[in-house]
Design a protein around this ligand. Structure first.
Ligand SMILES: [Zn+2]
Length: 231
């Protein structure tokens, strides 16, 4: 027997099917429909917690599935606009044997990207990403000081990486931040760092977590929107 109902969690409608199975399963169909299969007698609360613990993943996965296929692709060529801390810069490629790192002029709003002759997109992207990594590392102590003061928790370590998500916090209190945060206004890094620091208090994304976020970063929903805007 299958008992089917439609529920809503955090604004996402979910098809819940209770049937004779032992475990909870969640899947997202290519059209973005979220389906949860549950053992027959499992309580609504357990199902709710299960979905909430995966809510960010559900949102990300659905967003990717429903994304318009024609997204303009960055090519890292002359004249293209790129962002540093939310400010637009014009990219200028330079062929230079001495300078290996990208530099930027904040008066002229130009990023100089030293590239090898006949470089490809991946190579150019990597050079710009190193600039973002440096920016994140340079400003990390500022962000950390500010955010740990708000949240009142200290991570064991913070690493900067090129990764899919904006941030990550492990159970051993190690936090990772995405180097691409350096593209976004600084308040975005603060939001992500506060989010990860809140995980040192509450590991899941349930109501208690949201209350912490509301407390330490009252406009986090608005910042989250800015963060996920395409640039
Ligand atoms: Zn989180």
């Amino acid at each position: 027997m299958v008992v089917r109902e439609e529920i809503e969690i955090e604004g996402i409608s979910i098809i819940l099917e209770r049937k004779n199975i032992k475990n909870l399963y969640l899947r997202i169909k290519p059209d973005g429909t979220v389906k949860v299969s549950s053992p027959m007698r499992l309580s609504d609360e357990v199902i709710n917690d299960f979905v909430l613990s995966r809510i960010d993943w559900i949102r990300d996965t659905r967003a990717k599935m429903l994304e318009k296929p024609l997204k303009p692709q960055l090519k890292y060529v002359n004249g293209e606009t790129h962002y540093i801390w939310g400010e637009p810069y014009t990219l200028q490629l330079i062929t230079n044997e001495i300078v290996k790192k990208a530099i930027y002029d904040s008066d002229e709003h130009v990023i100089y990207l030293p590239v090898p002759k006949r470089s490809n997109i991946k190579q150019r992207e990597k050079i710009l990403f190193e600039l973002y990594r440096d920016e994140m590392n340079k400003n990390l102590s500022y962000f950390l000081e500010k955010c740990t003061y708000f949240v009142g928790k200290e991570p064991k370590e913070v690493k900067i990486r090129n990764m899919k998500n904006w941030g990550n916090c492990r159970k051993d209190k190690r936090i990772t931040l995405n180097l691409k945060l350096a593209k976004k206004p600084p308040v975005c890094t603060e939001y992500v760092l506060i989010h990860e620091l809140c995980h040192l208090i509450e590991f899941n994304h349930g109501p208690r977590f949201k209350a912490l976020m509301d407390n330490f970063c009252h406009n986090w929903r608005e910042i989250k929107r800015v963060l996920n805007e395409e640039q």
